[in-house]
Design a protein around this ligand. Sequence first.
Ligand code: NDP
Ligand code: OXD
Length: 312
Amino acid sequence: MSIIAFFSKESNIELQNLWENRLQAYSPSIRLVPLLSNEAHDATIALLWKPPLEKVKKLSNLKCLISLGQGVDHILKDNIIDYDMPVIRIVDPFMAKSMSHWVILSVLNYIRDTFGYDYQQKNKIYKARKEIDFTSLKIAVYGVGAIGSVVAKDLTQLGFEVEGWSRTEKNISGINCYSGENRFKVLLKSSDIHVCLLPLTPATKNIFNNLSFKMMKHGSCFINAGRGEQVVEEHLIVNCKSGHISSAILDVYREEPLPKNSKLWEQQNVRIWPHVAAETNPETAAKQIANAIKCIENGKMPPNTIDRKVGY
Ligand code: NDP
Ligand code: OXD
């Protein structure tokens, strides 16, 4: 029997049962128990999304932590769990595709000026708006890993010129890829649409701030599905207000759920999505989680174990 401590958002028992059911299809001996229950003290593995980390820290039998998402910042946060234990993440091609659909939707909304047409419909205005010339548009994708590389390739399939930015040098067919701070600045200056798909680490925290927004061309579009803490939201709001950033399409925020009093809600040219750009799907992700559990139990390092030194 493998006892796994489970926590996802509100620690919902129906969701726990759904995951248990999917995992048991691959390994019948897996049993999920709520992280907040006494039974969790017997768990050797924890399966987590945004857990109360102080609770996780108290479970002394844990050998490994598995993220219920592709990002692991919610587990590494504030170095609360500082002891040495593997942290595994999901890498699901279906999530990458789902993100790709969301980014394409956002890019096309910008190009076809959906915000403007929404306004016109509300006010019964039947009038063509100025079209953006898409033939010369350049799209920068910041973070071309498991998700960003798929997004970048799919955007090129639509005929867009796409450039990628990553920490280490990358070679992706059809896409000019760059790394390093100087190249980051070049992309900020030369692109029309900026798509952030970076993981949150000390190096990417606040990376989109007044300085970086000011380097972007006037009228740029900013799309963020990485993490909220990569953006200084007050700086984004100022740049959206002035029209320097003509549209911002956001899926992630410094505080989630986005507080009711956030000024982002009030900005006409900001679209708010509630962290749904690419959701974890138990149907497609259960197999790799069951495999990770098996690896840990057999003393092996599972695939998609993160590098604690770089933080993703
Ligand atoms: P990966 O680890 O596969 O890719 C991350 C990419 O970011 C890599 O290209 C990496 O470079 C690059 N990167 C990391 N640090 C830096 C840095 N300091 N400077 C430049 N580039 C950097 O992650 P995924 O693609 O799986 O996921 C990315 C993020 O997307 C997640 O961490 C999460 O925050 C977010 N996400 C959001 C979802 C949503 O619904 N909104 C859903 C799923 C994920 P290199 O290639 O050199 O390692
Ligand atoms: C993830 C997310 O990291 O959904 O998987 O944000």
